[in-house]
Design a protein around this ligand. Sequence first.
Ligand code: SGN
Ligand code: CA
Length: 524
Amino acid sequence: MRHTPLAALPLASVALAAWMASCSGGKAEPRHYNIVYIMADDHTAQMMSCYDTRYVETPNIDRIASDGLLFTNSFVANSISGPSRACLLTGKHSHANGFKDNTTSVFDGTQQTFPKLLQQAGYQTAIIGKWHLGGTPTGFDFWEILPGQGDYYNPHFITQDDTAMVQKAGYVTDIITDESLDWLKNKRDKDRPFCLMIHHKAMHRNWMADIDDLPLYEDKQFTLPDNFDDTYEGRQAAREQEMSIAADMDLTYDLKMLHDDLPATPLKGTYLGIRGTMTEDERQAWDAFYGPIIDDFLSSEPEGKELAEWKYQRYMRDYAKTLKSLDDNVGRVLDYLEQEGLMDNTLVIYISDQGFYMGEHGWFDKRFMYEESMHMPLVMHLPKDFKRSGRVDEMVQNIDFAPTFLELAGVTVPDDIQGRSMLPLLRGDSVADWRGSLYYHYYEYPAEHMVKRHYGVRTERYKLIHFYDDIDTWELYDLQADPHEMHNAYADPAMRPVIEQLRNELVKLQTQYADTLALRLNGF
Ligand code: SGN
Ligand code: CA
């Protein structure tokens, strides 16, 4: 059995004593709830049946929503992995927590995070799976993380005991769940509240399913989104990206078409490297499945529009197959919590680090402030004392988790946290002054997928975006009239008053959050 690190003991004991003292007559105050936070990677709401029934079934994730809450307007502040995770841990926007992009930022692990504050309040904290912030986690009693993006098959982990990497046999989604259940069952102190963060690698590119799930969805024809053939009129940044299924999705790496008769693709070497993590048996099973699809592809030789649509079907199928294991493993965690009677006292969250494109605008990937990638699916099972259920339509953002968890744990929320506690929404209290606008800022350019730097404001109805750096363009969307953001209304004279209002709102948010760089770019 693993022990709490010695250095952590005195602080934890003091905090535990303080916590116990705060409990009336030795009875735990209801505020000492547990938190189980399951975060997927690149899992988008279009691929969750509780949000969207067109494509897949996710019965276990839906279990969380069906007895709890489904957030219809939940968003990220910067739609990419590391930055989203940093916003989450700190409750602050990217410029304030310092982690602006995946490629150049280093997370300052000495800064205030909610796990550290929970620890000081006597909580046990653990994180298992994708970390993606460089270095190793701080503020966790237990951690076991994937290096970088990690591998789907027989992945390596960096463990706390041994900073050398340890390879574990099996499929990544199963292993992350096994380790999480092992922590719940065997490694935590069952007398103290806990916060467990289960961070999956799935559904990240290149969508490699568990061998058992490969046959799924092969008969399904996915319906193309209406704007699959978007030509990006009036939207220069959208036109200049490199995340198009037709042009940028790699036939070999993304879609597994590996054959000597096919010209080498840019990411063929990466795919060969990833196959190297499989056992011989796994590789054989993999090839037995993809072999006939490759043969069929070689004999039909689709081109142009036909090739784009063929790629879309393969993409959707691989994504859907990979999702099966994720949903099953969410079910395993829920079953355990139910069996142990932990559900009554535990907030269970399922979320993704951002949304993703499933062919909308012809794309995969994320990054843009457009709806599919800014939207972050979020469902919650609430502890028994919270009576609210159903949809939550208020706009929430990933900076709101830190204050929510702190308030749930009875910890005073520090003033410098920029997010707002969702607890009143969870309780079903009417919150007259809930925020009416959200701030967004994306920085990773020039980089993979070539999405220009931009910031903007989203209200319930409108979105105003400024793309900057080697471009200077503004976009305005009326989300009511144009929910798929196909018509940039910025140049429409009738929209001037709306633009004026949104510009003011944008400056207000940039001032409130002290995003001085953006204020300067915005002309202030
Ligand atoms: C990798 C992927 C990209 C993806 C980024 C960021 N390329 O670099 O397609 O946008 O991760 O994703 S790959 O060739 O390595 O698959 S994030 O979710 O981690 O931010
Ligand atoms: Ca991601």
